[in-house]
Every structure is written in C-alpha cells, then in structure tokens.
Design a protein around this ligand. Structure first.
Ligand code: FES
Length: 177
C-alpha cells in the first residue's frame, strides 16, 4: 500500500534558499581565510597620482617609512626614487621626513656623492663640487642646484613624486622640468 503521508521535503524555493545560505557561509569563510593570503601574494600598489612612486631599497622592495624614521635626526637616507634615481631622504627632528628629497646626481657630470655630516654638505668626489643641505651649489664646477622631488609618508609607505613647481631655492622654474 502506498504511503499516503506526504514526505517532508523542502520546497524548491526553500532548497534554493538553503543552498544560497550555505554558499554565502562558505564564501565568507573562504574570503576571511584567503584575504590575508592574497594580500601577501599580491604586490602592494607601487604608483599613485601625479607620477608618485614608492621609495625602494637596492633590491627594488618598497621601504617602510618606519625603517627610515628609526634613523637619527639629520640622517640622509638613500633610496631608489623616480626612474630609479638614487635619492636622499632627510630625517627631521620631529621623527618625520623632510617633504623635499634630493636626487643624488651631480649636475656637473652626473656622479653620485655622499653627505658629509661634519661639513653639512653634499660633496662630489669626482671634481669637487659642493652643495648645501638643500642642494644649492656652494662650489663648482656644478652649474646647477640638485634636482628635488616631493616626499610624503602615508600608511608607513614613502611616496616620491616629481617636483614641477618653482624651485624654492632659486624661485625660478626648475631646470629639470
Ligand atoms: Fe660632480 Fe664633476 S661630476 S663635480
């Protein structure tokens, strides 16, 4: 004899709802697990508005701002900046970075140079040019001040962007623009 009692089966719409809810739980759980993994695998955004790029180390890895800011005030820290140009960042007394970075490229014939903390000058070893702390020429043969870039710290990242406004040292249009 056929059982006349109706089987208690979920209606199609109820089943769909259960499937949807189960799928949503699985997706949420998977998302929570995978997000840190994906964030680790994907490289961080390395370029921003106005041609800004992240300051990088010699291996091409972005440098956390905390790493530079751990240095003593007055430190000139070299990073790879725009187009890979070696660029000096200046650690300030207030544990911030000077918003003006100085490109380590002598305007005479392009040598790189160290910062002399005793003389408070950039001193080019190739032909003796000297620059003040802001990159102005103190002694030739360098004909022009050092190229500037903007420096900004956001979320422990150091952003470097082109300096296209007036050169604050000469009050003139920058020679590199
Ligand atoms: Fe620096 Fe000549 S390249 S002084």
């Amino acid at each position: 004899m056929e059982n006349s009692l109706p089987l208690e089966t979920p209606s199609l719409s109820r089943r769909q709802l259960l499937n949807f809810l189960t799928g949503a739980v699985v997706a949420t759980t998977a998302g929570a697990v995978l997000y840190p993994v994906v964030e680790y695998i994907l490289p961080p955004v390395e370029s921003g508005e106005d041609g800004a790029i992240l300051a990088k180390d010699i291996l091409g890895n972005p440098i956390p701002a905390s790493q530079i800011l751990a240095e003593a005030p007055g430190t000139r820290a070299l990073v790879a900046g725009l187009a890979g140009d070696p660029t000096y960042l200046i650690v300030e007394e207030n544990s911030g970075l000077n918003p003006m970075g100085i490109v380590n490229n002598c305007t005479h014939l392009g040598c790189t140079f160290p910062w002399n903390s005793v003389d408070q000058q950039f001193q080019c070893p190739c032909h003796g040019s000297r620059y003040s702390a802001d990159g102005s020429v103190l002694r030739g043969p360098a004909p022009l001040p050092l190229k500037l870039v903007h420096v900004a710290v956001k979320n422990n990242q150091i952003w470097i962007s082109p300096w296209t406004e007036l050169d604050p040292r000469t009050q003139a249009k920058p020679w590199w623009v």
